[in-house]
Design a protein around this ligand. Structure first.
Ligand code: AHG
Ligand code: MN
Ligand code: MN
Length: 334
């Protein structure tokens, strides 16, 4: 029988390695927490696989805090995550794209040590056309009470994340995560219902051949972004590029992680601060990108250094290979 490593085993192995020097054993709290996320992901995956056969397509008939039409699967995925994670007593607060305010559990800081921030279903506009969608999550540790309130703990810089990851529901269902010790990919094996290690220590290529941006917004970008895309198109980086834009951030990011290149969501006329959200889209993917040897900025500065002011705060988001991101900094960063 081929040896398999599930994500639970991998998390514990990672923690054992990290704790070896201190002679301590992992408490299992974090892997228990992660099992809440993977359980919810399996529930969402099952719903998506049979979406056309049940009434899960289409709009839920309500708006979320973003003023966007909630899709039924947005609501289902959000409920699944809130349910699976709320049962873990190591959770102090849950922050979701779909909820205006954080869901807090008044657990004492010794027990409720973690804050989980998530986009339960990313790429909702693609559900009804059977295109990849995803789930994105970010984990912060609650600061000790003397250092700050729970609200202040939720608004920590992205570089304070203790873990981040995403699930992309596509031809296969893939989970990618980091705890700051490399980026690791798992594929859901439906025959055993487990995420099995399929890509350890993922590295983003230094130089890619794809750029990914919604060019319909080009007239509304700051001109430096148009200059940058023209530079890529005209071979200014010594390579030919192909354009790929799926419209689900997780899928566009996953391709960029595997193939390299650059993904951009610049400021637009409609969204002058950018469309993507800092806490549950940009920060977790920026953490993963950096851990895989890539870079992530808001066009000018490192995403992980941005001080969040609000849980639904938006930011321009540029992420990808070092070569493309250094060229971006030369054109846009000035
Ligand atoms: P969500 O479905 O969680 O609201 O996210 C949608 C986001 C992101 O997935 C994607 O990159 C972006 O919206 C696409 O926006 P445009 O359709 O404006 O290009
Ligand atoms: Mn999203
Ligand atoms: Mn979403």
């Amino acid at each position: 029988m081929a040896m398999i490593t599930t994500v639970q085993q991998h998390i514990l192995q990672q923690q054992q390695e990290q704790l070896k020097s201190s002679g301590r054993e992992p408490s299992g709290t974090f892997s228990w927490l992660l099992s809440g996320i993977t359980l919810a992901a399996k529930m969402v995956e099952a719903k998506i696989r049979s979406a056309g056969l049940s009434d899960v397509y289409g709009a839920f008939g309500a708006e979320n805090v973003q003023g966007e039409q909630q899709q039924k699967l947005d609501v289902y995925a959000n409920q699944a995550l809130l349910h699976c994670l709320g049962l873990r007593d190591s959770v102090a607060a849950l922050v979701s794209e779909e909820d205006e305010e954080p869901v807090t559990f008044n657990r004492d800081p010794e027990t409720g040590k973690y804050i989980i921030i998530f986009d339960p279903l990313d790429g909702s506009s693609n559900i009804d056309v059977n295109v990849n969608v995803g789930t994105i999550f970010s984990v912060l540790r609650r600061m000790p009470l003397e250092n700050g309130t729970l609200e202040e703990s939720i608004l920590q810089h992205g570089f304070r994340q203790v873990a981040a990851g995403y699930v992309v529901y596509g031809p296969s269902t893939v989970l990618v995560y980091t705890t700051g010790n490399g980026v690791h990919g798992f594929t859901l094996d439906p025959t055993i219902g487990a995420f099995v290690l399929s890509n350890e220590r993922m590295k983003m290529p230094e130089h890619g051949s794809y750029y990914s941006v919604n060019e319909a917004n080009a007239q509304g970008w700051p001109t430096e972004y148009r200059d940058y895309i023209e530079k890529l198109k005209s071979g200014g980086l010594g390579k030919e590029y192909s354009s790929r834009y799926i419209g689900s951030l997780v899928a566009d990011f996953h391709r960029t992680l595997l193939k390299g290149g650059v993904f951009l969501y610049p400021p637009t006329l409609k969204q002058p601060k950018g469309k993507l959200r800092l806490l549950y889209e940009a920060n977790p993917l920026a953490f993963i990108a950096e851990q895989a040897g890539g870079m992530a900025t808001n066009g000018v500065s490192r995403v992980l250094d941005i001080k969040p002011e609000g849980i639904h705060q938006r930011t321009p988001f540029c992420v990808g290979s070092v070569r493309e991101m250094m060229a971006l900094a030369e054109v846009v960063g000035q």
